[in-house]
Design a binder for this molecule. Structure first.
Ligand code: PLP
Length: 414
C-alpha cells in the first residue's frame, strides 16, 4: 500500500489514457490513489509487477482464481468510492447529471473493446443476466433444437433450461473431446450434430472447465449459412483473450466485467448484433439500450464508471500484451505440471485452442483435499467438482515464482 503512494497522480500523467476524462470529470475527492506510470517499466516483468502492486491481494497470497472473480486495482476501487461520495452529495442531480452522463461513455468503451457499435451494447450486471435476457425474449417453436456442450457453466444453462420448460425446445448437449485437439475436430463434432431443426448454438468463448478457446469464426461459417443463431457465453474471455465480435461471427455475446477485466463486482455487458436485435425483445431494453432507461431503472453509476476504468486499465497495458503474458504463464504452468505424476491435463495443448487457464484432474487424491491444503498455504485455486480437478487462472499479475510455489506445494501434497 505504501508503494502506491509513490505513484504519480492519475489525472493527466498516464499518457494517452482514455480513462482520464472520466477521472478528471468525476473526481472531487483528494483521497484517491493513482496509477503507476507503466511507461517507466524497463521490462514486461517489471510492468506486470507494477500491476500486481495495484491489487489489494496480500503479497503472500497466490491468487489463481481470476476465472471465478478477478481482483480490482485499487485506483479503481478508490475512484468508485469517490464517485459514490460525489453521488451521495446530490443523488438526483448527479445520477441524472454529471455522473450519470459518464455511464453512457462506458457503453462506448465496451463497444470499442469488443469491436462492436455502441447501439449493440447493453450494460448488464453479469454474464448470466445477459444470457437470460436472450433466453427470456427469444421466440422459438416446440421441437426446435438448441445445441450446447456438456461443459457449460450453470449461468448459461439456466436460460437454456428455461427455454426447454417454457417453449418445449430440445436441448442437445454434445460432448467435445477432452482435451480438445484441433479446430477441425471441434467444428466437425458440432456440425455432425446440426440438423434441420437446429435453431441456436450456445457455446462458451473460453470454456470455464478447460480454458478451451472455442473456434467461433469457423463455427459461424456453418451457422450463418444455415440461419442458425450463434450465441457466446463470454464470461471467461474479455480481459484474457482479444474479443472481436464481428470476426467471431456471433449474434450475441454476454460477458462479465468482474473476472478477467478485473472490474468492480456486478458489472457486465451484452452485445446483440443489429440483425439479431429484431429477434429478441427483452423488457429490459424496451425503452432503449441506454444505461438508464424507463425499463432498466436506476443503476449504480459509481460501479459502472469503475467498469469503464477497468477497461481503460486493460487498454492502457494493451490487450495483445496481456494475452501474450497469460499464455506465457500458462505454458510455463503446463510444463511444470506435466513433470508431476498423479494428474491428467484436461486443457488443450494446441496453441490455437489455448488461453491462460490450465486445468487438470487428479488420478487418486481427492481434489477437495488438495484445494484445502493449498488454501492453508494461501494458494487459491478453483475446484472442478465433476472432473475431480483443479483450475488455475494465469492472469497477468501472477509471476513465475507464484507458479513455482504452487507447483512445489502441489508436488508435496501429491
Ligand atoms: C463460462 C461461464 N459462464 C457464466 C458464468 C457466470 O458468470 P456471472 O456469475 O458473472 O454471471 C461463469 C462464471 O464463472 C462462467 O465461467
Amino acid at each position: 500500500m505504501t508503494s502506491r503512494r509513490k505513484f504519480i497522480k492519475a489525472a493527466g500523467l498516464f499518457g494517452g489514457l482514455t480513462a482520464m476524462p472520466l477521472l478528471s470529470q468525476g473526481f472531487s475527492s483528494n483521497e484517491t490513489s493513482s496509477l503507476p506510470d507503466f511507461g517507466n517499466a524497463s521490462s514486461d516483468d517489471e510492468l506486470f509487477a507494477m500491476v500486481r502492486q495495484q491489487l489489494l491481494i496480500p503479497t503472500n497470497r497466490i491468487y489463481l482464481n481470476t476465472g471465478s472473480l478477478g481482483p480490482c486495482p485499487v485506483h479503481i476501487i478508490d475512484a468508485i468510492h469517490a464517485s459514490t461520495r460525489q453521488l451521495e452529495m446530490n443523488p438526483v442531480g448527479e445520477n441524472w447529471g454529471p455522473l450519470g452522463n459518464q455511464t453512457e461513455l462506458v457503453r462506448k468503451k465496451v463497444a470499442d473493446f469488443i469491436h462492436a457499435d455502441v447501439e449493440e451494447i447493453v450494460l448488464t450486471r453479469n454474464t448470466t443476466e445477459g444470457l437470460n435476457l436472450i433466453a427470456q425474449s427469444l421466440l422459438l417453436n416446440e421441437g426446435d433444437e438448441i445445441i450446447t456442450t456438456t461443459l457449460e457453466h450453470g449461468g448459461c444453462e439456466v436460460g437454456l433450461n428455461f427455454l426447454v420448460k417454457t417453449q418445449g425446445v430440445v436441448l442437445k448437449k454434445i460432448e467435445l473431446p477432452l482435451p480438445g485437439k484441433s479446430i477441425e475436430e471441434i467444428v466437425r463434432t458440432i456440425e455432425k450434430n446440426i440438423t434441420s431443426k437446429t435453431k441456436m448454438l450456445m457455446l462458451s468463448h473460453v470454456n470455464t472447465i478447460t480454458g478451451l478457446l472455442m473456434p467461433f469464426a469457423e463455427i459461424a461459417k456453418s451457422t450463418k449459412a444455415k440461419g442458425i443463431y450463434l450465441i457466446a457465453d463470454g464470461a471467461q474471455a474479455p480481459g484474457l483473450t482479444n474479443v472481436n465480435v464481428k470476426e467471431l461471427g456471433v449474434d450475441a455475446y454476454a460477458a462479465s466485467g468482474h473476472k478477467w477485466i478485473m472490474g468492480p463486482k456486478e458489472t457486465g455487458f451484452l452485445y446483440v448484433s443489429k440483425k439479431f436485435q429484431d429477434k429478441i425483445q427483452p423488457v429490459f431494453t424496451f425503452s432503449g439500450n441506454t444505461v438508464y432507461s424507463a425499463s432498466s431503472g436506476t443503476r449504480n453509476v459509481a460501479t459502472i464508471i469503475g467498469f469503464g476504468l477497468a477497461i481503460d486499465f486493460h487498454t492502457s497495458i494493451g490487450s495483445d500484451k496481456i494475452q501474450q503474458r497469460t499464455l506465457q504463464l500458462r505454458n510455463y504452468c503446463l510444463a511444470e505440471l506435466k513433470k508431476l505424476g498423479g494428474l491428467k491435463i484436461i486443457s488443450p495443448e494446441n496453441r490455437l485452442l489455448s488461453t491462460g487457464i490450465v486445468s487438470f484432474s487428479l488420478d487418486t487424491v481427492k481434489n477437495s483435499d488438495i484445494f484445502n491444503k493449498l488454501k492453508e498455504q494461501d494458494i487459491i485455486v478453483k475446484l472442478l467438482s465433476q472432473q475431480n480437478g483443479i483450475r488455475i487462472s494465469c492472469h497477468m499479475f501472477i509471476s513465475k515464482q507464484d507458479i513455482d510455489q504452487f507447483v512445489k506445494a502441489l508436488r508435496l501434497l501429491l
